[in-house]
Design a protein around this ligand. Structure first.
Ligand SMILES: NC(=O)c1ccc[n+]([C@@H]2O[C@H](COP(=O)([O-])OP(=O)(O)OC[C@H]3O[C@@H](n4cnc5c(N)ncnc54)[C@H](OP(=O)(O)O)[C@@H]3O)[C@@H](O)[C@H]2O)c1
Length: 179
């Protein structure tokens, strides 16, 4: 049996100035990006902070929802509540053991900051606009991460901004990665 540890990805959408949130929600509505988020995370454990969970209309369907919180009660309908990101990663690891499923960290700002040293992969939708907001995604350090692939989506009737979906891999030998 392989002892390979599961892949940990962070999935995010941010503006050119790294904004991800405004007043507890998203600063945009980009349906094709939401579809990309749903497709990418389907069937996988998804870890999020309590404030991000509060911004949703309940648990994300067909995913194991893991919420990081010091204040929520341990048993909440449809979600698993954990006391730290590492507890969430350890629990998710037991669920995906022996499979190829990644574990996704899905925000918000506080949880992404904690996840930066844990992740192997960042899937970032870069919204091509400078926008106001109150929560940001951390800077991606170009010496620690390599951009593997980019897919452009133009502006149209349903999408007020163009965006690019980027796949970033942790650079080999990056010293900031945590075991
Ligand atoms: N654009 C995107 O891709 C994207 C993705 C996700 C979220 N967002 C946006 O981001 C915003 C929310 O982000 P946020 O930074 O305000 O909040 P958040 O990261 O979603 O949640 C913060 C909460 O997580 C818990 N937490 C954080 N660190 C912890 C730790 N070390 N141990 C235990 N619990 C911990 C705390 O919950 P308790 O207070 O319960 O202890 C804290 O209040 C919203 O606007 C949302 O729409 C955007």
């Amino acid at each position: 049996m392989s002892e390979r540890r599961p892949q940990i990805g962070m999935i995010v959408a941010c503006s050119e100035n790294r904004v991800i949130g405004r007043e507890g929600g998203l600063p945009w509505h980009l349906p094709d990006d939401l579809r990309h988020f749903m497709r990418t995370t389907l069937g996988c454990p998804v870890i999020m902070g309590r404030k991000t969970f509060a911004s949703l209309n309940g648990p994300l369907p067909r995913r194991i929802n893991i919420v990081v919180s010091r204040t929520m009660k341990r048993h909440e309908d449809g979600v698993i509540v954990v006391g730290s990101l590492d507890e969430g990663l350890a629990y998710a690891g037991t669920l995906v053991e022996g499979t190829d499923s990644p574990i996704w960290i899905a925000g918000g700002g506080e949880i992404y900051r904690l996840g930066m040293s844990r992740a192997d992969l960042i899937v970032r939708t870069l919204v091509h606009e400078v926008l106001d907001g109150d929560v940001v995604f951390p800077e991606i350090d170009p010496s620690a991460w390599e951009l593997r692939e980019t897919e452009f989506h133009g502006e149209d009737d349903r999408h007020p901004y163009s965006f690019s979906i980027e796949w970033w891999d942790r650079a080999a030998g990056d010293p900031t990665e945590q075991d």
